[in-house]
Structures are given as structure tokens and as C-alpha cells.
Design a binder for this molecule. Sequence first.
Ligand code: HEC
Length: 108
Amino acid sequence: MKKLLIFFAVAATIASCTTASSSDQDTATAEPTASPGMLVYTKHCKLCHGAKGDLGLSGAANLSITLLSHDEITHVVTEGRKGMPSWKAQLSPQEIQEVTDYVLTLKK
Ligand code: HEC
């Protein structure tokens, strides 16, 4: 009986340790995905451009090798260009800035 109690005590200690450390990891890994630009990109842009920017669905430009500057990307996203939709009706100017910053992080 004593042995059983010790087993439970040890099991409870191990369980509380693992819960504590896994929640620590959650906060650490959640940090980069919390970028607002990435959320906008995942929601609106990934469909055609892909997670890494190089999917090229329906002629979408490869964003990982874009030569456009920050201002030019902002302009294309705001106004659209050929097959690229205009986003000014769906996204706020701030969201467009954030997604532009994110697009530049896709460059190799
Ligand atoms: C319906 C598919 C589609 C979606 C959704 C889409 N794009 Fe595009 N995108 C395109 C196409 C097609 C082009 C190429 C346009 C051209 O040939 O002029 C393009 C071009 C671009 C370019 C120009 C790159 C360069 O080097 O010339 C940028 C920047 C861009 N897209 C960013 C975005 C962002 C940011 C979003 C999300 C807010 C987005 N796109 C959503 C289809 C899409």
C-alpha cells in the first residue's frame, strides 16, 4: 500500500512538471506565429502565393525573389496588378503595411 502511495506521489510530480514545461514551450513557439503580417498573409495571400511565396498559382508572382521595394509592394497590394487582386477594400492601410513587411521576410 505504501508503495502505491509513493507511485502516485511520483506520478503526480512528473505530471505537474510536464504540464509546466509544455506550456512554457507553447508561449515560446507561439511568438513568431503571432506576427500580424503573417496572419494577414495566411488568410488572404497564401492561396495564390503559397506559404513561402513561391507557389505561383494562376500566375502569382514569386514573392521569394521579388525585386520590388517596400513602397512598390504596398502599391501592388493596395491597387492590384493584372491577376493580383486589389486589397484596399478588404485590408486597412495598417494591415497592408504589416503584410508588406511579412512579404519582405519571404525573400531568400
Ligand atoms: C487570386 C490570387 C492572388 C492572391 C489571393 C494574392 N495575389 Fe499577389 N499576385 C497574384 C498574381 C497573379 C500576381 C502577378 C501580377 C502580374 O503579373 O502583374 C501577383 C503579384 C503580387 C506581387 C508583385 C510581386 C512582384 O515581384 O512583382 C506582390 C507583392 C503580391 N502579389 C503580394 C500579395 C499579397 C501581400 C497578397 C495578400 C494580401 C496577395 N498578393 C494575394 C495573385 C494573387
